[in-house]
Design a protein around this ligand. Structure first.
Ligand code: SAM
Length: 262
């Protein structure tokens, strides 16, 4: 216990029991669930989750933390630790290899790669039942932002097209050791059912959303110049003079379809 937290791994260990309990209650694991924790650290969430779920798979990059975690979990339940970078873990294959339709994923995420982790999870959304993540509060605000908001952007569009985003509660820096410099918040992500999913090719959607928000002060006609001309934008039922931040996620889907099928 109480190893020196490593900044390079984004280690801020949760120690405030009240927030640990609130997170575990929000997840409400059941014995039949296949729970995967990203970044278990010293086990602040792992042990209480394990106590309820009985078994848990945790993905941890820092080798030094693994023996302690294994020792602490030994009497609590069946803990399987995958020593890996979470970005390299294929969640769909993980679910498949364990014969479960969908995983429940949770974690107090390392903030330095929180957006890549979110995009990685979105790629595997069909194999995920739900996600509960601790993130920087500012990131949760961007994820849940609506069109017209200053913080509405690529993260909002890409996440909202794949999941329902439910911000749950804020967590102050003092709840962690060492305290991060920012406020944190817990968010729940519920992957959308297949019939609510869009049918634009993901690579086209990524290209259009990235270009549109890459120059968010410009009109779409300007920002998307390399991908779509004004007529094509109009054919998607979008005003070429509008700016990306005013478009609903569904508008980007129509733009991506025209981009793929001019
Ligand atoms: N869950 C613990 C807690 O709440 O106290 C630790 C949270 S700490 C913010 C983030 C954890 O993610 C650390 O244990 C860190 O070593 C781990 N981590 C960092 N980068 C990772 C990566 N790429 N893949 C998997 N785990 C990672």
């Amino acid at each position: 216990m109480n190893a020196r937290p490593k900044k390079s791994f984004g280690q801020h260990f949760l120690h405030d029991r009240r927030y640990i309990d609130r997170i575990v209650s929000a997840i409400a694991p059941r014995a039949e669930d296949f729970v995967v924790e990203i970044g278990p650290g010293e086990g602040a969430l792992t042990l209480p989750l394990l106590a309820v779920a009985g078994r848990l798979t945790a993905i941890e990059l820092d080798t030094d933390l693994i023996p302690g975690l294994q020792a602490r979990a030994a009497t609590t339940g069946e803990l399987h630790i995958i020593h890996a970078d979470v970005l390299k873990v294929d969640f769909s294959a993980l679910a498949h290899s364990h014969g479960v339709p969908r995983l429940r994923i949770a974690g107090n995420l390392p903030y330095y790669i929180s957006s890549p982790i979110l995009f990685h999870c979105v790629e595997h959304a069909a194999a995920i039942a739900d996600m509960h993540f601790m993130l920087q509060k500012e990131v949760v605000e961007r994820m849940a932002a609506e069109p017209g908001s200053k913080v509405y952007g690529r993260l909002s569009v890409m996440l909202q097209l794949a999941c329902r985003v439910e911000p749950l509660f804020d967590v102050p820096p003092e709840a962690f050791r060492p305290p991060p410099k920012v406020e944190s918040a817990v968010v729940r992500l519920l992957p959308l059912p297949a019939h609510e999913l869009h049918d634009a090719p993901p690579e086209h959607l990524h290209a259009v959303v990235k270009a549109a928000f890459g120059q968010r002060r410009k009109t779409l006609a300007n920002a998307l110049r390399q991908l779509l001309d004004a007529d094509a934008i109009r054919r998607a039922d979008v005003d070429p003079k509008a700016r990306a931040e005013t478009l609903a996620p569904a508008d980007f889907v129509r733009l991506a379809k025209i981009y793929g099928n001019p």
